[in-house]
Ligand binder design. Structure first.
Ligand SMILES: [Zn+2]
Length: 253
């Protein structure tokens, strides 16, 4: 996940060198990635905020640099893909790559608009980031994605049990999040035989049939256009904000 616009609540700075050292000892891919991309000299700060809402990490601009905020200090093998993912967001942001999607506070509730901006940034950028990590840096995202299935299912189940289902914006957010997830899982070659994916898909189709249909239409449109250039990202942004009736909620800077 990445970039939320409001100012961040800083809890504690994480020692980047020490964390990279720890994780590099656990993973050859990570060590080579850090060497190749000169990660220890990137203009960034890592912060720890155990109260981070909605995701395990986010990145945002911070005093002319980039900040990555982690919900938990990364020290384990299971954290490595997440850390590499956030670093790749920083590298791409330095290349001015992702489309700058901003919330329109003047018309909509501030929270809803910024959640939509965040979800759309993730939709357009996360699959690209993970493809680069997999194809150019030999990372295997499978374990991270399998953990993600459990998290997504838990959060959807919580919505059902709280009676939160039904709002039009909420349905749209679910469709976008499912779309991001499917685009990422499409990087896994043998996903059709992965038992965790099969089981999750069956559960999703039983509980969210309409969202799954909308997701699949969106995924095939995005795969047709592609996400690898700013122009393609822009085209997708225009089409989906129009199709889902949220053109006045978010804009491209
Ligand atoms: Zn991300």
């Amino acid at each position: 996940m990445h970039a939320r616009s409001p100012p961040i609540d800083i809890k504690e700075t994480i020692d980047i060198k020490e964390t990279i050292q720890t994780l590099s000892e656990l993973s050859q891919e990570f060590r080579e990635f850090c060497e190749e991309m000169k990660v220890d000299s990137l203009p960034m700060t890592w912060l720890h905020n155990p109260d981070l809402l909605g995701s395990d990490a986010e990145h945002c601009p911070f005093n002319d640099k980039h900040a990555i905020i982690f919900k938990k200090i990364p020290t384990e093998v299971d954290d490595i893909f997440l850390v590499a993912h956030e670093i790749m967001h920083v590298i791409r942001a330095m290349d001015k790559m992702p489309l700058k999607i901003k919330p329109n506070y003047s018309i909509f509730d501030k929270n809803i608009a910024s959640v939509f901006a965040l979800i759309l940034r993730n939709l357009l950028e996360d699959p690209v980031v993970d493809r680069l990590l997999k194809e150019e840096h030999k990372f295997d995202p499978l374990q991270h994605y399998e953990n993600g299935l459990i998290k997504m299912r838990n959060s959807l189940e919580r919505r059902v049990s709280c009676g939160l289902i039904g709002g039009i914006f909420e349905e749209t957010q679910i469709v976008f999040n499912l779309c991001t997830q499917k685009l990422m899982w499409d990087l896994i070659e043998n996903k059709e035989t992965n038992l965790k994916w099969i089981e999750y898909e069956a559960w999703l189709k039983d509980n969210y049939p309409d969202a799954v249909n909308a997701r699949d239409v969106l995924v095939s449109f995005i795969e047709q256009v592609g996400l690898d250039t700013k122009e393609k990202q822009r085209r997708i942004f225009d089409v989906i904000t129009e199709a889902f009736g949220i053109t006045s909620m978010v804009y491209v800077q």
